[in-house]
Design a protein around this ligand. Sequence first.
Ligand code: SF4
Length: 93
Amino acid sequence: MFLLLGARCDPQRWWPTFVVDACSRRIVSRLGVLNGSEGYEAIRTRLLNALPHEVPFGNEYHALLGTLTRSHCRKQRPACATCPLQQFCLFAA
Ligand code: SF4
């Protein structure tokens, strides 16, 4: 989820950021975007650099990662056969 966090110098100016949770960490590591051992800040920075800095886009992106995690990319026994990201995924069974 994009939240308004992290002021630079001027506390009146807020910058959108991306909250890395278990869903986003799992999917980016399984897709091979990152290896999964990176820290929170490294993952957040990588996602922020890859995504448009638009709050509605970030909110939807985060929500879709959560939806995909619940529907397919579960921690145990992911449903890779029907996953829409299967062709891009290094972890696909
Ligand atoms: S193909 Fe499997 S491991 Fe890869 S993102 Fe989809 S459900 Fe997750």
